[in-house]
Structure formats: structure tokens, C-alpha cells
Design a protein around this ligand. Structure first.
Ligand code: TXA
Ligand code: MG
Length: 339
């Protein structure tokens, strides 16, 4: 199969909606990461997503809509979920809602809830509007690889496996949407993202973060979200994250760098780079927002440059920093050292 990469013009949108309605896959940009979309109401099409990504069948997909009028046919949002939709949609927030029977089990991996998301990216919205169907879409990477934040990343992973990638440039946030369970009294974040715990608290007065967000599941422990069970975001090189006071982190990273054999690189915020002079470094940017934006492309670039060892500074777990730390910890298979 030839994979076309097209700028989103009228002809490209046309092709995208024809492909989606014919049960084919289309990769598209969102404000978080690129998604790999299929008609959510077509179980055959949905199964193609799992094949193309090599994704375990027990990991459910998020359903993307462009207008709230599409909700009724698909799910029953709780009153709390409705308030969150009013406040944060369109935007990087996925809400788990009780599903209706119209949503195939292939989408939800047999769960009775479905993750619903209304993206704000204009290309995603125009594609969804023209397709006229809800679109199931995971991130458009091969399973366990870092999520794609550019069309080139998608091409790297999906070349020859899908017919079309809509190229909308680099994604704004760079980490996937916040996944939130608003079915109980207190909303619970299952995956942190750019709609932060602080923002949800501000709106509702309460918001918790599932404690398995920052640690591996214990043996036999039930995962609040199936994605927590699987290996994620991993670069090919081995990654360790160092957490603690800045001077101790720098000292520990430099010691590990100097003791390492093979090709090693240090990932740090740019204001800290001078602590690692004379060593190979990659900048995660100036701020937490930039770190979110750049993290996955840094991991891919480290692979492309042939590094087999990665040493990263931890970042603050405030606001969007929690999303960055969650991805870093998972990319490191939870090899996080407190120094
Ligand atoms: O930003 C995003 O959310 C991107 C863009 C494309 O929208 N999508 C994305 O999808 O990251 P994916 O499939 O890579 O991650 C979805 C996560 C998985 O960890 C999955 O286990 C969880 O959401 N999830 C989906 N539906 C769920 C459900 N019904 N219950 C619990 N967790 C669910
Ligand atoms: Mg993913």
C-alpha cells in the first residue's frame, strides 16, 4: 500500500472522508498528538486500527466527535461529565461515559464505558465534520513507540500500512489528552494531560489522580485504564529519570554519564544545559509546556541519532508537568531514581 501524505486542502479532506466511509484508516493531526482514525461504528474498520498499530485487543480506543449533537447516539455522559465538556471541549480532554449499544465492542475492548473526545484542532474538526461519522482513533504510532507529534513521525511508523496521512504540522500540546473518569462523586484522572488536575479542581472543587499513574501496576492489580498495563512510549535506548534537588540531579546524571559505555545523551530543560557541559545533551525546552511539546520528538530523535542510553531530568509534577513526568516514567519503564 502506498501511504500518501497530504496537506489538508479540499481534495485531501474529500479523500479522507471517502476513505473513512469506506472503512479505511486515515491519520490526522489533533492538538495533542496525531491520531489513527477509522469509522467508530464499523467494527471491521476498527479492527484494522489494531492491526496497523500492532495494538493489544484489550486496549480500548477513544471516539472523536466534532459536535455535541453526536453524543446522544453513542453514550450517556454523567452530569459531571457534561459540566466538564461544557468547560473544556473542544480540547485535550477525554471523558469516560457509559456506552450505548451502537458503539461496537471492538472500540471499547468489551468495557461498558467509551472514552469520548472533541478535539480543537481545525484539521481534525474539518475531517470529522466532513466524514459525518464518529471516528475511533488511538495515537498513530506503532504500539509501545512514542506518540507521533508530526506527520513525519506517523510516516516513520505507518508507511505502507495506511493509505493517508493528513499533514497539519507539529501538534500544540505534544502529550495525549487527559483521560478522566467522571462517573463517581470525585472525578479521577486516569491519564494526565493538558487539562490538568488543578484546572478540574478549579471547576468542580475536587479531582483525584489515580495513584497508578506514577507507578507500575502490582502483580494481579486491576488497571483503572487498560493502557496502564502496556509498555509505552519507549525509545530503543534505555532511559533513566533522575528526580530530586537540581544540584543533586545534575551530579547524579553526570556521574552516570561518565560511567556509561556506548552512546549516551542527557535530556534536560534548556536553562539547565550548562550543568552538563562537554557531554551530549538534548533540550526539552524552556518550560513545562515546551517539555510536553517536545518530549516524544526528543525520544524519537535520540533513537534516530543512535543513542543507547538516555538520562533525563525529572520535571515538576505541577500542572502539565504531571503529564510530562507520567510519560517520562513510562518511557523509562519506571526506572526513576530519587537522588
Ligand atoms: O490525545 C489523545 O487522546 C490521542 C488523540 C489521537 O486523540 N489519542 C490517544 O489514544 O492517545 P490512545 O488509544 O493512544 O490512548 C487512549 C488511552 C489508553 O490508555 C486507553 O487504555 C484509555 O485511553 N482508554 C480508552 N477508553 C477507555 C475506557 N473506556 N476506560 C478506560 N480507559 C480507556
Ligand atoms: Mg497511544
Amino acid at each position: 500500500m502506498i501511504t500518501q501524505v497530504l496537506k489538508p486542502d479540499a481534495a485531501a479532506y474529500d479523500l479522507a472522508s471517502r476513505l473513512l466511509r469506506a472503512g479505511e484508516l486515515v491519520a490526522f493531526p489533533t492538538e495533542t498528538v496525531y491520531g489513527l482514525g477509522a469509522d467508530a461504528l464499523n467494527a471491521q474498520a476498527v479492527l484494522r486500527i489494531f492491526e496497523a498499530k500492532n495494538r493489544p485487543a484489550d486496549n480500548p480506543l477513544i471516539v472523536h466527535i466534532w459536535d455535541a449533537s453526536q453524543l446522544d447516539a453513542l453514550c450517556e455522559p454523567s452530569p459531571t461529565a457534561r459540566r466538564l465538556m461544557d468547560a473544556f471541549w473542544p480540547g485535550p480532554l477525554t471523558l469516560l461515559c457509559r456506552k450505548k449499544t451502537t458503539v461496537p465492542n471492538a472500540v471499547t475492548a468489551g468495557l461498558d464505558t467509551v472514552g469520548m473526545r472533541m478535539p480543537s484542532h481545525p484539521v481534525a474538526r474539518e475531517m470529522l465534520r466532513r466524514a459525518g461519522v464518529p471516528v475511533a482513533a488511538p495515537s498513530a504510532n506503532r504500539s509501545s513507540r512514542p506518540s507521533p507529534t508530526t506527520a513525519a513521525h506517523v510516516y516513520e511508523d505507518m508507511q505502507g500500512r495506511i493509505p493517508l496521512i493528513l499533514d497539519g504540522g507539529a501538534c500544540d500540546y505534544g502529550v495525549e489528552s487527559t483521560v478522566l473518569d467522571a462517573s463517581g462523586d470525585v472525578p479521577v484522572i486516569l491519564r494526565p494531560g493538558a487539562v490538568t488536575r488543578e484546572m478540574v479542581r478549579e471547576l468542580l472543587g475536587a479531582c483525584e489522580v489515580a495513584d497508578s499513574v506514577m507507578r507500575p501496576l502490582r502483580e494481579g492489580e486491576a488497571a483503572p485504564s487498560p493502557g496502564m498495563r502496556h509498555k509505552h512510549y519507549a525509545p530503543r535506548g534505555r532511559l533513566t529519570v533522575y528526580r530530586g534537588p537540581a544540584d543533586r540531579v545534575a551530579a547524579a546524571i553526570n556521574r552516570a554519564y561518565d560511567a556509561s559505555e556506548g552512546r549516551t545523551v542527557i535530556l534536560a530543560l534548556s536553562p539547565h544545559l550548562d550543568r552538563y557541559q562537554g557531554r551530549d545533551t538534548m533540550s526539552m525546552g524552556e518550560s513545562l509546556l515546551e517539555a510536553a511539546q517536545r518530549l516524544f520528538s526528543c525520544l524519537r530523535e535520540a533513537d534516530a541519532r543512535g543513542y543507547d542510553r538516555l538520562l533525563a531530568e525529572a520535571v515538576s509534577e505541577q500542572s502539565v508537568g504531571l503529564a510530562v513526568m507520567n510519560r517520562l516514567a513510562r518511557a523509562a519503564a519506571f526506572d526513576v531514581e530519587d537522588v
